[in-house]
Write a protein that binds this ligand. Structure first.
Ligand SMILES: Nc1ncnc2c1ncn2[C@@H]1O[C@H](COP(=O)(O)OP(=O)(O)OP(=O)(O)O)[C@@H](O)[C@H]1O
Ligand SMILES: [Mg+2]
Length: 312
């Protein structure tokens, strides 16, 4: 059997984390109990999830040719992600965050968005897209998205979008090229540019997403589960009940798992259920990447859930 290949295009960031007993209340000098460097970013985390779940993951993206860029690239390669098209640009600076975290989990985050990373996407090897089975894009590199999603559609591959907060022009450019648009609540709000407070609001917003050209439109709602619309109607998948330790990256991992499942040929309800299980298991462990479950853990988890629903 060929391994399912998923190309993930979009954002990568590096978190530099300093755990402290207490967050600083004033300027001064403080001692951290540890120091960690962890990669993040929607598409980058999704690629790590695909690799962790046994897929053949490729990450296509950009960072500066600096220590943060090299660290991110190496970490993803260590997870088994193909980073051939993870390009580091000389003179550009990577996106990084300094995160101070206290013993009780409070955080102070300082983000630097990076500078000098070119938007131009002509270097992407679009002729190799045919080797993939699915494409996942986030909404942080519009020029890249348009090229890659367009090529994926021409090749007949399913495309998945991680719909986080973006501008009106980004939605206009990208949504017509997307088959499966899966939003966060904040992302869906940003798309309709008005409050989305009730299920009726959510369904109306998802209808609008479908009118933009997407076959399937979904919103993930953390522990409240996922609503989606497709040509067969309105559907709902509950979040799995788990002991939640850390929800970092749950959405990113959900998207990676969903794209992998589609690439494997799973139908939408099965892919949503699979992604929900992967994301729920991730929530039971620390770390956006370190907490991602392996494939056999997900299979065992889903089998247990299945038994719970057997008729008595
Ligand atoms: N507390 C939880 N318990 C069980 N499953 C969860 C929980 N939080 C998230 N999930 C699963 O992960 C999916 C995505 O989570 P969520 O909607 O929070 O993503 P998000 O808003 O994009 O956040 P982020 O991208 O920052 O992780 C949910 O639809 C659900 O299946
Ligand atoms: Mg998200």
């Amino acid at each position: 059997m060929t391994t399912t290949r998923v190309i993930c295009i979009g954002n990568t960031t590096l978190d530099r984390v300093w755990p402290l007993a207490q967050l600083p209340a004033a300027a001064g000098k403080y001692r951290a109990s540890d120091y960690l460097e962890v990669g993040g970013g929607m598409a980058a985390n999704a690629a790590v999830a695909v690799a962790r779940l046994g897929g053949d993951a490729a990450y296509w993206g950009r960072a500066g040719e600096d220590s943060a860029g090299r660290t991110m690239r190496q970490e993803m390669a260590d997870y088994g992600v193909d980073v051939t098209q993870f390009r580091l640009f000389a003179g550009a600076r990577s996106s990084t965050s300094a995160i101070l975290v206290s013993g009780d989990g409070e955080r102070t985050i300082v983000n630097f968005r990076g500078t000098g990373i070119p938007d131009e996407a002509g270097w992407l090897p679009l002729d190799t897209i045919r080797s993939a089975h699915a494409v996942l894009a986030d909404i942080r590199w519009i020029e890249g998205d348009v090229k890659v999603l367009g090529a994926a559609r021409a090749a007949g591959l399913p495309t998945v979008l991680d719909g986080e907060i973006a501008t009106a022009s980004a939605w206009t450019a990208v949504l017509p090229l997307v088959d499966h648009a899966i939003f966060s609540e904040a992302g869906l709000r940003s798309f309709v540019d008005q409050p989305v407070a009730t299920d009726a609001d959510r369904i109306a917003a998802l209808r609008k997403v479908r009118l933009a050209g997407c076959r399937m439109a979904a919103v993930t709602r953390g522990g409240d589960g996922t609503i989606w619309l497709d040509e067969t109607g309105i559907h709902f998948q509950m979040a799995f009940t788990v002991d939640v330790v850390d929800t970092t990256g749950a959405g990113d991992v959900f998207h990676g798992a969903y794209a992998l499942a589609l690439g494997e040929g799973q139908r939408i309800p099965d892919a949503i259920r699979f992604a929900s299980a992967v994301a729920a298991l991730k929530c039971t462990r620390r770390g956006g990447r370190a907490g991602i479950p392996a494939r056999d853990e997900v299979a065992a988890f889903l089998a247990r859930q299945g038994n719970l629903h057997m008729p008595r």
